[in-house]
Write a protein that binds this ligand. Structure first.
Ligand code: C5P
Length: 242
């Protein structure tokens, strides 16, 4: 695996208000590579969510998982890049052309504001889905096969990386090479506390499996001492790299 690649923790900032988000940002800033702003927080406060984190000198992963016709996704990607975010994502199942157009939109937006293009990631199979969920949707393969199929499509489309379960990370890393970014949610410190996640793993195992960044929300948010928990996860990441 490429030694120069950054490995790190991304906190899922699934907050209810700007004040709450600011508290989390101040508390966890020193531990994280960036904050992930998802549909819950973004639909509540809008653009201010992104500005708040950037003003706190941190990077934003805008997790809105675009999935629409190529034209619409290109325009959404253009607007997202104009927000100067660090990374954002689209669903791989939107198709290769949609992914290519997302990149094009991101390039256009970044050029306009004179900033680097945000990293564009493809969401493979949500970590909340199991093999039987996939069968119910009508997918052809199981979670592992479907994730690999979609990840290959993302690579061919030119995306920078993917979002996938740590369970699939070893196969994806082997098949997609050392430079493709793998971001893994579904991280749990106690295996018994899965919440709605079905394909989970511990932080050290996820990094050893080939993940670059771990997205963690509830295990930090619900901890007695969130800072100490974030610190522990960072130790696990460092331990896995040794
Ligand atoms: O609280 P928890 O650690 O389960 O949070 C995981 C975060 O990662 C949530 O914000 C969720 O929306 C996001 N996510 C995910 N699975 C994906 C992509 C994103 O759980 N495939």
């Amino acid at each position: 695996m490429s030694e120069l690649k950054e490995k790190g923790l991304i906190f899922a900032l699934d907050a209810d208000s700007l004040n709450q988000a600011l508290e989390w940002a101040e508390r966890l800033r020193r531990y994280v590579s960036g904050f992930k702003i998802g549909a819950q927080f973004f639909t509540r406060v809008g653009l201010q969510a992104v500005k708040l984190i950037q003003e706190a000198q941190s990077r934003v992963f805008l997790d809105l998982k675009f999935h629409d016709i190529p034209f619409t996704v290109e325009e959404a990607a253009y607007e997202t890049a104009r927000m100067n975010v660090w990374m954002f994502n689209v669903h791989c199942s939107g198709g290769k052309e949609m992914m290519t157009r997302a990149l094009r939109g991101a390039e256009r937006g970044a050029k306009e504001i004179g900033k680097p293009r945000p990293k564009v990631l493809g969401v493979t199979i949500l970590t909340s889905l199991s093999d039987s969920d996939l069968e119910q949707i009508g997918y052809r393969y199981n979670t592992q096969g479907q994730a690999l199929h979609l990840a290959r499509l993302a690579l061919e489309a030119g995306l920078d990386g993917i979002v996938a379960s740590p369970n699939e990370a070893p196969l994806l890393r082997k098949e997609l090479g050392p430079d493709f970014i793998i971001v893994c949610p579904g991280i749990r410190l106690e295996p018994a506390r899965n919440d709605d996640q079905k394909r989970v793993s511990g932080p050290r195992e996820a990094i050893q499996a080939g993940a670059d960044y771990l997205v963690v929300g509830r295990p930090i948010r619900d901890a007695k001492d969130p800072g100490a928990t974030a610190h522990l996860i960072l130790d696990e990441i460092a331990g896995a790299n040794r």
